[in-house]
Design a protein around this ligand. Sequence first.
Ligand SMILES: NC(=O)c1ccc[n+]([C@@H]2O[C@H](COP(=O)([O-])OP(=O)(O)OC[C@H]3O[C@@H](n4cnc5c(N)ncnc54)[C@H](OP(=O)(O)O)[C@@H]3O)[C@@H](O)[C@H]2O)c1
Length: 270
Amino acid sequence: MALSTGGIRARSVFTGSAGLMSARKILITGASSGIGAALARVYAVPENRLVLWGRNGERLAATAESCRNLGASVATACFDLADFNHFLKTLDAEDAASPIDLAIFNAGLVGSLPPNRAAQDVRAAEIMTAVNFTAPVLGANLLAERMAARGQGRIVLIGSIAASFPLPMAPVYSGTKAGLAMFTEALHIRLKPYGVGVTLVSPGFVDTPMSRSLTEPKPFLISSERAAAVIARKVERGARHIVVPWQFAVIRFLAGLIPQPIVRAVLSRL
Ligand SMILES: NC(=O)c1ccc[n+]([C@@H]2O[C@H](COP(=O)([O-])OP(=O)(O)OC[C@H]3O[C@@H](n4cnc5c(N)ncnc54)[C@H](OP(=O)(O)O)[C@@H]3O)[C@@H](O)[C@H]2O)c1
């Protein structure tokens, strides 16, 4: 089976990773844009049923249309993940209707501090925390119990390389992603004996509307199609942690060797 990546064809992935050979129903949040939309197209093969969520109905419909053209069956829903009651009810109903094999909690928000402010606007911080941290943690938790009872499934959480660095221009963003990374690590250990896989994805810079909104330099920027192809290939191999593009894994490793006061001094100059 080949995976379509809109231009890039990834080699077969449903061939050997425990718990993933039967991945037929795939949930992706944030599928109306960027990495989520590209991931949806990667998984859009005739055998798969995609459940795609987002907020913007027009863009979500465009993703769904491209996935249907690639042969997948697709269901969509538009809502705000920060409405936790609605989100959890919808997730619960979707999994009860037929089990989700692979859940990719991808939706997220970024927000750099404007130069004239010392800290993030409180309301913006609340929304970012809800979408980047609380919603994926609640959703993963709900599915973890159900997947553990079934003895199979995989949960993928899209974090950020920002989790590894205390970014002074985006303290709330790096904080939410660091929290998500720690949650994912712990959940991975917790669910392993149940046969449920958990993967953390830490993107560096991927060319999407989110990264385009940032004015900072974006070294090693890659396309969302390329990022999605790498993520899907490694998810299907059962990876615990995926850093994409790979150069950021090297940067993260090297930064770990440098004394923290030096790292902090460099970050404070950004
Ligand atoms: N691009 C990068 O360089 C980069 C780097 C590190 C990490 N990441 C992470 O990768 C993930 C995807 O980012 P992206 O670059 O693809 O960004 P994007 O193009 O801006 O897409 C973000 C997605 O999240 C959805 N979303 C945002 N707020 C939501 C809410 N309140 N309720 C429901 N859905 C919501 C958006 O839906 P609507 O558009 O429909 O509102 C959209 O589908 C995020 O978790 C991000 O933190 C990205």
